[in-house]
Design a protein around this ligand. Structure first.
Ligand SMILES: [Zn+2]
Ligand SMILES: [Zn+2]
Length: 387
């Protein structure tokens, strides 16, 4: 199946960016599609990037087929794990890819999940070369976006780089991805339940740009995954396709407005806070979407209880009703949890190795990570400052 968003109509008046991804293929016979695309584009020196696991899933085969079927050069770079056994998008991995990439490389191919994409996205951007996205799991919404979250000097920083010129996602490979990764992708989408609410809140309070096209694209992604949760849970082809399309659409929404707010609110800030704590303590990482799903439940609980009560005490006058409306649109945390449980994901901080102390600290400080007026930021700034 081919998803096409060649243009979009939007009357919001904000600056939009054209989607420069030429082709998005979510279907079967992916290797043939990739080879045809490379030949059509006239690329002659490919670097395929994967880790040990995704090398055996597709990386190795892709490298061999490119060489055999096109007689072009192809080099396969397998990113090495760190001391904890994690493949991480940090200085070490970036340098490895740079060193192992021949200078005549004209196309990079990210054959892996989120981290492999982040490493490839950054290095290809810095080398001024395009890259193709070949995701091996429906685990994150960043495949089609421009942001490369990297760990630099033990801090997580997102760099705006470039989107892939094309994406080829093989449904058979995605369906065979580990349950944990599918649950993480579902969790990343579920996080939109609070990120979209935060984005609306920020717009209401600060009148910063808001785009209905990006909102609708992200909201539809969220709704389709909730509606098809049973098919996703059983790794049915239609369910996995729905999840992958939702992840792609969420990425495209970020791409057209040039920022991540629709897809990343307080639940992502809380998740980043936990991640940084894990980095500092040299603990093995949990998947991005796993943390987002749990953080989304915590944030939803806060918004729908204490935050709502305290908003009632304020003199926001005409805005109060609108804030209530935004909060009421967020699904209840018990419902959110039941969905995550269905797809086999973790639903509590403790099951991810996150202590109560870290949860409390993150809910107080996570908003400082980004300058966005999420409801969590508002709560901490106006209600908690004199606690
Ligand atoms: Zn995310
Ligand atoms: Zn717009």
């Amino acid at each position: 199946m081919i998803v096409h968003i060649d243009h979009f109509d939007c009357s919001c008046g904000n600056q939009h960016y054209p989607i420069e991804i030429e082709k998005i293929h979510i279907g079967n016979n992916t290797l043939d599609h990739i080879i045809t695309y490379i030949m059509e584009k006239g690329f002659k020196n490919a670097v395929i990037v994967s880790d040990d696991i995704t090398s055996s899933v597709i990386g190795k085969k892709l490298s061999i087929e490119i060489r055999e079927k096109t007689h072009f050069e192809s080099k396969h770079v397998i990113i090495e794990p760190n001391d904890l056994g994690d493949v991480v998008a940090d200085e070490r991995s970036l340098i490895q890819l740079m060193i192992e990439s021949p200078s005549e490389t004209d196309i990079f191919i990210a054959a892996g999940a989120g981290t492999i994409h982040d490493i490839t996205r950054f290095v290809s951007f810095k080398m001024g070369k395009p890259f193709l996205s070949v995701p091996t799991a429906p685990s994150v919404d960043g495949y089609t976006s421009m942001g490369a979250p990297l760990i630099v000097k033990e801090k997580k920083i997102t760099f705006q780089t470039h989107a892939p010129i094309a994406m080829f996602a093989d449904l058979k490979i995605l369906m065979e991805a580990p349950t944990r990764m599918i649950a993480a992708g579902f969790g990343d989408i579920l996080g939109k339940a609070t990120s979209l609410a935060d984005w609306k809140f920020d717009h209401l309070m600060t009148e910063k740009p808001f785009c209905p096209t990006a909102y609708d694209l992200t909201k539809k992604a969220l709704d389709s995954c909730i509606l098809n949760v049973d098919l996703i849970a059983t790794k049915d082809e239609d369910g996995i396709k729905t999840l992958m399309e939702a992840l792609v659409h969420s990425g495209l929404a970020m791409l057209i407005i040039g920022q991540s707010f629709p897809a990343s609110g307080a639940e992502h800030h809380v998740s980043h806070y936990w991640e940084m704590d894990f980095i500092q303590k040299h603990k093995p990482q949990k998947l991005h979407g796993e943390k987002v799903a749990v953080a989304c439940g915590l944030v939803a609980t806060l918004y729908k209880s204490t935050f709502k009560d305290r908003i009632n005490e304020t003199d926001l006058v005409d805005k109060k009703d609108k804030v209530f409306q935004i909060i009421d649109e967020i699904p209840d945390h018990t419902f959110l949890k039941s969905l995550v449980r269905k797809v086999g994901g973790e639903t509590s901080p403790s099951s991810l190795g996150i202590s109560e102390g870290l949860v409390n600290a993150s809910l107080k400080e996570a908003h400082l990570i980004r300058d966005r007026l999420t409801m969590l930021a508002f709560y901490n700034k106006y209600f908690r400052h004199n606690e």
